[in-house]
Design a protein around this ligand. Structure first.
Ligand SMILES: [Zn+2]
Length: 157
């Protein structure tokens, strides 16, 4: 009986938390809890690659090598609480050991990719202004396409 309950619980969780997969250009597979548009993913990774290259943070030829193996998970919500060394904080994106979690817009994508570049160097935004990381992050935030935006095209009336 207990086993059946556990099984039913697992089945219902799997049903509630559906999984969708989108392939990113050269980086990896994105696992998301709702269907996200491939053009938005392509656009945002192209944008991240352009920004990192133009700001001499990561040359475009090294983009794929730098981020291969990073797992990306997109949540349905806009923000969630996460535990940090400073206590719980409200997050819209997190990076931990090759795994990026993003909110339903994906706005923190470049920020979390920067954390991956910093892995083993710093976890707390050390010298991010001096390195141009925050400027890159802000530029991405103004130009990215939200993962949860409706597909463009005729909208009817
Ligand atoms: Zn950060």
């Amino acid at each position: 009986m207990k086993l059946l309950l556990v099984f039913l619980l697992l089945v219902s969780c799997a049903h509630v938390r559906g999984k969708f997969y989108t392939v990113t250009p050269c980086v990896n597979v994105i696992e998301s809890e709702f269907p996200i548009s491939q053009p938005a993913v392509d656009f945002d990774f192209g944008l991240a690659r352009d920004i990192l290259d133009a700001r001499r943070i990561c040359p475009r030829e090294q983009f794929c090598t730098a981020f291969t193996g990073v797992r990306i998970h997109v949540r349905t919500g806009y923000s969630w609480y996460t535990n940090t060394s400073r206590g719980p904080v409200l997050a819209i994106g997190t990076y931990l050991q090759n795994k990026i979690d993003l909110n339903n817009t994906g706005s923190a994508l470049l920020h979390e990719l920067l954390h991956h570049l910093e892995a083993g160097i710093s976890t707390d935004h050390d010298h991010w202004w001096e390195k141009g990381y925050y400027a890159a992050d802000l530029e991405f935030g103004t130009l990215y396409q939200a993962f949860n935006s409706p597909p463009s095209g005729p909208t009817g009336n």
